[in-house]
Write a protein of this length. Structure first.
Length: 418
């Protein structure tokens, strides 16, 4: 609307100027050879303006003709780009849908139309992966790695390929490069962390764990266990006092991690600090009882005979009395001490229909050791192996048939060996 108003104003001013000049007195005479032109000033100015307009139109036409090839080329390029991006979009949709053939066809079309654009190379690599052509995918990812604008995508693709063929050394090298390119990528940091742990690079894994913590990539509940595991592995590889210091840090990071508590307690016992080792095991037992901790506890309490082990087991059980491992620990010590009643009372409290294989094996040992009842022992062992045909312990236990009495050739019974 504003344009039309401006055009009307310009035309109005031009008309007023033309009318003013037409009425103004004065004349102009032009002589060229035998030609002579006499006219007024207004007509002369009008003719001059007309010539200038024609000259502008001719120049505009010449300029348009000169730019025509370029405009046609630009239009052709824009059409190619439009068709190329359409092919690219269809190809990416096909990759997401798992349609390998369509993805391959659209990737070739996009390559022809877009001349090696980054997304085109990525589509070609993904299409090759869908078709199982790992070598072709490797070539595309390698080409992407050599370009600054697609280097990260290329490295990530090569990393996925290396992990797929379980080339962990190459995968770790590529993960480190990807981390240098994009240290804030959650996927890169998590992958690098897993590969460092697999390779046993625990010091590097500890630094990466700190990065994961800063980026909030791990739940807060998982961090103590991860930190404790890394320190534990470093302790296992460290010498002397360094190993003890790292084991202590692992235990402090997660007191409920049995492996860390066991490592720390074992090193304390080796250093002659039995009382401290017992305290560590008792605190860990509150959080999570474990059979390895029970074995170490007997050493920590210097319980070397069977009755001493029973007393130590009963003391340890008080720190988590309702846990199944507490009862099993007492039962194991009682079996060794041949305290059948103590062993049975603790085992039968956890030997229900859903008894664990370990409890079943201990019950079998108890039945054979206390009563010599091989039939019941065999049933418990069948339950321990998950035999679905094992009879219930509440059903009558089949008895072994007695052997017939041996007779002498004269018909008299042989004397019993008992």
């Amino acid at each position: 609307m504003l344009r039309w108003i401006l055009l009307a104003l310009v035309l109005g001013v031009a008309a007023w100027v033309a009318a003013t000049l037409t009425e103004a007195p004065g004349a102009i005479a032009l002589t060229w050879n035998d030609w002579r032109i006499d006219t007024s000033i207004g007509i002369f100015i009008a003719a001059l303006l007309l010539l200038m307009g024609l000259a502008a139109l001719l120049y505009r036409g010449w300029w348009a003709l000169r730019r025509a090839p370029r405009m046609l080329g630009r239009g052709r390029d824009e059409r190619r780009q439009r068709l190329g991006y359409e092919a690219l979009s269809r190809g990416l949709v096909a990759v997401a849908a798992g349609d390998a053939e369509t993805a391959r066809r659209q990737a070739r079309r996009a390559e022809a139309l877009l001349d090696g654009r980054p997304l085109t190379m990525l589509l070609s690599a993904q299409a090759a992966q869908l078709q199982g052509d790992d070598q072709a995918a490797q070539r595309f990812f390698a080409a992407m790695r050599e370009r600054s604008d697609t280097e990260f995508l290329g490295v990530r693709g090569l990393l996925s390929q290396a992990m797929k063929r379980q080339d962990w050394e190459e995968a770790l090298r590529l993960a480190e490069r990807a981390y240098r390119l994009n240290p804030k990528s959650g996927w890169v940091v998590a992958t690098l962390y897993d590969l460092q742990k697999r390779a046993g690079h625990w010091a590097d894994a500890e630094a990466t764990l700190k990065q994961q913590t800063a980026l909030q990539l791990l739940p807060a509940t998982d961090l103590p266990r991860e930190r404790a595991e890394i320190l534990l592995r470093q302790s296992e590889a460290g010498p002397g006092d360094t190993a003890l210091s790292l084991a202590k840090r692992a235990y402090q990071a997660d007191p409920g991690y049995p492996a860390a508590a066991a490592r720390y307690a074992r090193l304390l016992i080796a250093a002659g600090r039995h009382g401290r080792a017992a305290e560590v095991i008792e605190k860990a037992w509150v959080a999570r009882p474990d059979p390895d901790l029970a074995d170490l506890y007997w050493d920590a309490r210097r319980a070397y005979d069977a009755l001493a082990k029973v007393k130590a087991a009963q003391r340890l059980a008080t720190y988590n009395p309702d846990h199944i491992e507490s009862r099993i620990t007492i039962a194991v010590a009682a079996l060794e001490a041949r305290l059948w009643g103590e062993a049975r009372s603790n085992l039968e409290s956890v030997a229900g229909e859903n008894a664990t294989p370990r409890v079943c094996r201990l019950m079998a040992e108890l039945e054979e050791a206390e009563h010599g009842d091989l039939s019941r022992a065999r049933i418990w062992l069948m339950r321990a192996t998950g035999d679905e045909h094992a009879p219930s312990m509440s059903s009558p236990v089949p008895q072994m048939p007695e052997a017939p009495e041996a007779l002498t050739p004269t018909g008299e019974a042989l004397p019993s060996r008992a």
